[in-house]
Design a protein around this ligand. Structure first.
Ligand code: GRF
Length: 217
């Protein structure tokens, strides 16, 4: 798969779709989607690579089907990614939301959901990609960091940007205080982007993404 190829063409209009949410951890972003009445009906599956993920409990409490696909049950990234994609498709989902999912999926996964995999990252990309964005923002001394929701392509934290919002770094901030404010923004921004994807209100043209108020005809 070449995610960039998918993103270079203008995407075609599409109707409402269901989505699967993939999460490895506490799932506060999943909870924000569950709590959003316009997003919740679109969630057909919550899938985790970790059987102990709190995200699975959140799915259960909301009555959403959940599934564990353990990394250790698979020989390599490709077979793990095929298993995840098979479960997503079986749920009826046509979009995939990475909400703190700590595994990198194989390019073949993106081929199966072209222009329909969203990720959230706790910085203003392209600054501070990778697993330690909040620490790196503090260490670098930036005055403004933020949150990015983007389409996933074959490079980590790289695909076309759907929504971004800035978070000011305050004097005296530490990881806990800054991360808490970043999370607050995430919980507003991510459901808005997921809702737009599910309602068919996003169009891409190369790296440029437009989010419409209503689905274009
Ligand atoms: C979020 O900070 C997100 O930006 C990053 O993983 C974290 C997930 O948090 N990709 P939660 O599990 O949703 O609380």
């Amino acid at each position: 798969m070449d995610g960039a190829l998918h993103c270079r063409r203008a995407s075609v209009p599409e109707g409402p779709i269901d989505i699967a949410v993939l999460a490895s951890g506490s799932g506060t972003n999943l909870q924000a989607m569950i709590d959003n009445p316009a997003v919740r009906p679109h969630i057909s599956l919550v899938l985790s690579d970790r059987s102990g993920a709190l995200a699975l409990d959140r799915a259960g409490a909301a009555g959403i089907p959940s599934q564990v696909v353990a990394w250790s049950d698979h020989a390599d990234r490709d077979s793990f990614s095929v298993a995840v994609a098979d479960n997503v498709e079986a749920s009826g989902a046509k979009g995939v939301i990475l909400a703190g999912f700590m595994r990198v999926l194989a390019p073949s996964f993106l081929d199966r959901f072209p222009d329909r995999v969203l990720n959230i990252h706790p910085s203003l990309l392209p600054a501070f990609p990778g697993a330690h964005a909040v620490e790196q923002a503090l260490a670098h001394g930036v005055k403004v960091t933020g949150v990015t929701v983007h389409f996933v392509d074959e490079q980590v934290d790289h695909g076309p940007i759907v929504l971004q919002e800035a978070v000011a770094v305050q004097p005296g901030d530490d990881w806990d205080s800054l991360e808490a404010r970043v999370h607050e923004v995430e919980h507003r921004l991510f459901p808005a982007a997921v809702r737009a994807l599910a309602e068919g209100r996003i169009r891409t043209d190369g790296r440029v993404v437009r989010v419409f108020e209503e689905a274009p005809a």
